[in-house]
Structure formats: C-alpha cells, structure tokens
Design a protein around this ligand. Structure first.
Ligand SMILES: NC(=O)c1ccc[n+]([C@@H]2O[C@H](COP(=O)([O-])OP(=O)(O)OC[C@H]3O[C@@H](n4cnc5c(N)ncnc54)[C@H](O)[C@@H]3O)[C@@H](O)[C@H]2O)c1
Ligand SMILES: [Zn+2]
Length: 405
C-alpha cells in the first residue's frame, strides 16, 4: 500500500484501484483591475499610486518603468512627468531609475536582444517579486515587457499602461505576452495575468490616425463574434469614430475591452489549453499577412483584411447569410480600412496562395485540431475544424474584385 501524502486527494479521474499515484490539484484565482482614467501621470490622479499600494498600503513600492519611444514623439516629456508623479507620491512609490526608453512596435518583439536588455535592467536594479515592472506603450511593448516580467524571478508584478487603441481595447487587458522568433509571431511567450491595467484616454488621443483606425479592427472583430448590438452601434457611430470623437472612441474602447475580458474570464479556457482561440476570428490570415508584408501592415490593418476574408468565406460555406459580408466590409471601409493587399495574391511554386500557410501556423501555435472561428451571423461566432482551400481562394478573388470595382 502506498503512503498518503497530506494535502493530496483522489482525483475523480483516478482509478481507485490504481496504486502509487498521488494526484496533486489546486486552484489559483486571478483577479486584476482594469481602470479607465485620464491623465494617469497627473500628480492629482491617485489611480497609479493606489494601484501599486493595493496589497501593501503602508509600503513604498519600487518601480521600474519601460517606455515606448513612439509615445515620446507625441509626449516628449513623459519620462519627466512620470518622475514628477513618483516624487509627488513618494510615500507609495519610488522609481529605481529614470524610465527606460525602448523601441516601440514590432521591432521590439522581433529581436531577443531587447528582452535580454530589459532583463538586465531588472537585474541591475534588484527588481524582486514585491517590486513592479510598469510597461507604458503599445501592444508590442506590453507583450515584450510582459514576457520579461513573467520570466524574471519566475514572475514579478507587472502593471500595463496601454497607449494605443488596440492595446487598450484588446491586447493590454488580456493574459498573454510574447515575442517573435524563427519568423513566427509570439513563438516565445507565457500566459501571465498582469497586476493591473491602467488605460489612459489621453494616451490614445495623441496616437497617429493610422493607429487609431487600426485598433478599431479588434472592436469590429469582437462585435462580430460576440455582440451583434455592438456591431450595430459601430455602424451607427462610424461617422463619429472616423472623426475620432472622444465619447465614441471611449465607448468603443471600453466595450471592446469588456467583451475581451468576459471571454477570458467566462469562456472556460483563459490559458488556451484546448484547440480554440475564440478571440482570434480573422487572425489566421492576419498573422500571416503581417509577416508576409514584413509588418508593413499593422496588426489591426491585417486583422481587418482577415475579418473580411473569413466573412466572405463564411458566406461561401453557407454559414452566413449572403449580403452580411458586404455589410461587414462596408463598415470596415467606412472606418478607413483597405480590405485588399497584394500579399493576398502571392503564390508559392505550386500556384497555391502563400497566405494559406497561415492555417498551418495557426494550428501549430496551439497544436491539436485546427479550429477556426467563422460567422453564423453578425454577433455569432462558430468554430469549424476544416477550411476548404478552393473556397478561400474564391474569397480572396472576391475581395480583389470588390476592391477593383
Ligand atoms: N498579448 C495579446 O493578447 C495580444 C493581442 C492582440 C495583439 N497583440 C500584439 O500587439 C501588437 C500590436 O500592438 P499595437 O497595435 O498597439 O501596435 P504597436 O505596439 O506596434 O504600436 C504601433 C506604433 O505606435 C507607437 N505608439 C504607441 N503608443 C503611442 C502613442 N500613444 N502615441 C504615438 N505613438 C504610439 C509605437 O511606438 C509603434 O510605433 C502586435 O505585436 C500584436 O501581436 C497582443
Ligand atoms: Zn488581434
């Protein structure tokens, strides 16, 4: 008879006759606040200082900040603003060094050198598990900083300050991080919920128009798969969104973030152990197009093309009512997206569309069965496990023709 270890118990899956097996089982609850505020680094705004003090209100917390250099083109004095904020809240927080400025955008995720450089900073400044690493930037910077925080000392506290529309309404509120390797997006990364997410509306006000538009693709995406009423709202508000009107932008970002958060918390698989990536509608083609265009297409711009392609494909397979794909394309175009890129037409030696390799990459990222989200209606995503390459080619031809007309 095997000894029983204290604290272990029989798993329901355990065969009671099985000897010599102790099932280890425990659950860990994750929770983190996602704030929507303005003027985060204004000393009159307590959100950051109170966030850092959430667990130990009586301590001064050590912080190391990484800043996206793209942000500095529009807020050149941001590092000084953060230093002044820390000074004003000196009882709660102390910067271990002036903010480190890192290159923003996909380049940061594409050279491991930057990950090492950031880890070096954590080492040099003795960042421990009770200190904070604060990332202030776009989705690319947050993905790379998140990886650094999650892997240093097996995980230090990480506060995200997303500064693009896409990072505020999608990537920044989630639980994933990662960098690119071997030409594959997010080949190296972890699931690591942040300590807190602090969305500052002033940051996105300053964003160039191209990036404001790009981030709206994720709102259209999540509306398409989860919330038909939100899609109708986006249609009604398209004129305001094109002009980046404050109230419309704020609602778009907030509703999109909420829908992403709900999927992660209530979708049943926050760490994607199954084969499905329900939030990645339109992304099998998008990720491939980003790589094929050497990131000439922004993530959101490639996503918009992916959404349109899979909408047409959904119609061709009989899942989605004819005409709905045109409605989706009209909204995307109204918002400012181009739904055609010559990379879609690129062929391999056999004449096969090169973008189709995106299906293989998508499956390999998770392993298991190929699982692609398509549309059964506006607001209703469905999962399929096979994609017909001839029909995808027809969908590509339709997009090309549509844009030529
Ligand atoms: N972890 C996830 O769950 C997840 C989800 C979706 C996307 N992503 C990743 O997010 C990345 C895309 O993020 P993104 O769309 O935020 O783009 P980005 O991070 O590439 O930023 C785009 C550009 O904007 C600059 N920038 C950032 N904030 C600015 C500001 N306020 N003003 C002016 N310039 C600013 C950056 O320097 C960069 O040049 C991709 O790498 C994608 O894979 C991750
Ligand atoms: Zn995306």
């Amino acid at each position: 008879m095997t000894e029983t270890l204290e604290g272990t118990e029989a798993s329901p899956a355990q065969d009671p006759r099985q000897d010599g097996v102790h099932w280890q089982r425990f659950a860990v609850a994750f929770d983190y606040p996602v704030h929507f505020t303005r003027g985060l680094f204004d000393p009159a705004n307590p959100v950051l200082a109170e966030t850092l003090a959430r667990l130990e209100p009586d301590r001064c917390h050590r912080c190391l900040v990484f800043l996206d250099d793209g942000l500095l083109t529009v807020r050149p004095r941001l590092a000084e603003e953060i230093a002044a904020y820390a000074e004003a809240w000196a009882a709660r927080m102390a910067l271990v060094a002036p903010a480190f400025v890192m290159p923003g955008g996909e380049r940061l995720k594409s050279e491991l050198y930057f990950v090492e450089q950031m880890q070096q900073a954590l080492f040099d400044h003795h960042i421990d598990r009770h200190s904070y690493v604060v990332g202030v930037g776009g989705g690319a910077l947050l993905d790379a900083v998140g990886l650094v925080a999650a892997t240093t000392h097996r995980g230090v506290r990480h506060v995200r300050v997303p500064t693009t529309v896409l990072a505020q309404n999608d990537s920044g509120v989630g639980v994933k991080n990662g960098v690119n390797l071997h030409g594959q997006k997010n080949f190296v990364g972890t699931f690591a919920p942040p300590f807190a997410v602090l969305n500052d509306g002033e940051m996105t006000d300053a964003l160039p128009a191209r990036d404001k538009v790009a981030g709206m693709a994720e709102a259209v995406k999540v509306a398409l798969i989860r919330d038909g009423a939100f899609f109708a709202w986006l249609e009604r508000q398209a004129d305001a969104l094109v002009l980046f009107e404050g109230a419309a932008m704020a609602h778009m970002i907030r509703r999109c973030a909420e829908l992403h958060m709900r999927q992660i918390a209530q979708g049943g698989d926050p760490f994607e152990t199954g084969s499905a990536r329900p939030l990645d509608y339109g992304h099998w083609a998008a990720h491939k197009l980003e790589g094929m265009t050497r990131n000439h297409l922004r993530h959101g711009e490639a996503v918009a093309i992916g959404l349109a392609l899979d909408a047409r494909y959904s119609v061709l397979t009989g899942l989605l009512a004819p005409g709905e794909e045109a409605r989706i394309c009209c909204l995307l175009e109204h918002l400012g997206f181009k739904l055609w890129h010559p990379a879609l037409d690129k062929r391999g030696p056999s004449g096969r569309h090169a973008v189709l390799d995106g299906l293989r990459d998508f499956r390999e990222h998770l392993g298991g069965e190929l699982t692609i989200t398509l549309l059964a209606g506006i607001g209703t995503g469905v999962e399929v496990h096979e994609m017909d390459e001839a029909l995808i080619a027809q969908a590509i031809a339709w997009l090309k023709q549509r844009t030529a007309d």
